[in-house]
Design a protein around this ligand. Structure first.
Ligand code: GLU
Length: 273
């Protein structure tokens, strides 16, 4: 099913989490970024359009100014993101340049999505960048966002982006290869759920079983994202970003993950198409 979804999708939003982008020592994994850019370039070459949502500003900030590691104060955290965002984008820029591709940066907050004019401008910018062959890379504007205007996690930001851009598919790359029926870190017999048709039901079952603590960023934000995207007919795949050739393997059918099917795919599946 995953391969079919990728084949069918033309407009794909891909979210990459901080854990996937960082090495064990907490520094940015440039080799990963280069390899990932190569996989994106291959898909773009084959006619797909890609928008990336990249976390990692904090991680990149800490690898740049490591003496701020112990500064937990919010001003330092936000300042760290200001430093790290530049580093992060510099990594993406040089990685995509290897394939003759330009990147464009959009830093957004929750407020931007609730303002009619800003949404229109964001949409137009996204469409123009993609039409011109530029790869947009989005992150939350961590330096300006405080509680009231914070999206808080890039899972939800990527779902909002997918809806805004009318994407066909949303892929969340995390440090887990899907949703499990129980915590796979604690239960060796945990089974991966290949397809989720009803995220609300999944949320109920997971909280009943007390397994909502697995997965980085929590499984809850992934379910929220699936629900947001699914309501607009956008399918979502949750997969392990650190798996070898993570993106290419989903496209060639060798990769695995959990598919959250959107309303359109649900209709097709149930009418046997
Ligand atoms: N915007 C944050 C960063 O770039 C990450 C948020 C998230 O990973 O959900 O560090």
């Amino acid at each position: 099913m995953i391969q079919k979804l990728l084949k069918r999708a033309r407009k794909i939003v891909i979210k990459i989490g901080s854990n996937t982008l960082a090495k064990e020592d907490g520094t940015i994994n440039y080799a990963f970024i280069c390899d990932f850019a190569a996989q994106c370039a291959f898909l773009i070459e084959s006619g797909k359009q890609i928008v990336l949502v990249s976390s990692g500003a904090q991680v990149a900030g800490l690898s740049t100014i490591d003496c701020w590691t112990r500064k937990t104060d919010i001003h330092y955290r936000q300042a760290l993101c200001a430093v790290g965002q530049v580093e992060l984008m510099d990594n993406w820029r040089t990685a995509f340049a290897n394939f003759g591709l330009h990147i464009g940066q959009l830093l957004l907050t929750k407020d931007d999505f609730s303002d009619e004019h800003r949404t229109l401008n964001m949409r137009n910018t996204l469409f123009t960048l993609v039409d011109e062959g530029v790869v947009p890379i989005i992150n939350e504007n961590d330096s300006v966002s405080f509680e009231e205007i914070k999206i808080g996690d890039n899972d939800n930001l990527s779902a909002l982006t997918a809806v805004l851009w009318n994407a066909d598919l949303l892929i969340l790359f995390s440090d887990i290869d899907g949703v499990y029926d129980k915590n796979p870190k604690r239960f060796p017999d945990a089974q991966r759920i290949p397809v989720v048709e009803n995220p609300a039901e999944l949320r109920r079952n997971i909280s009943v079983e007390g397994t909502s603590d697995f997965g980085t960023g929590g499984i809850a934000t992934k379910i929220d994202a699936a629900e947001k995207a699914g309501a607009y007919g956008i399918d979502m795949i949750l997969a392990d970003g650190s798996a070898p050739r993570a993106l290419a393997s989903l496209a060639d059918g060798s990769g695995q993950g959990t598919v959250f099917i959107g309303e359109e795919t649900w209709r097709r599946t149930h009418s046997g198409q």
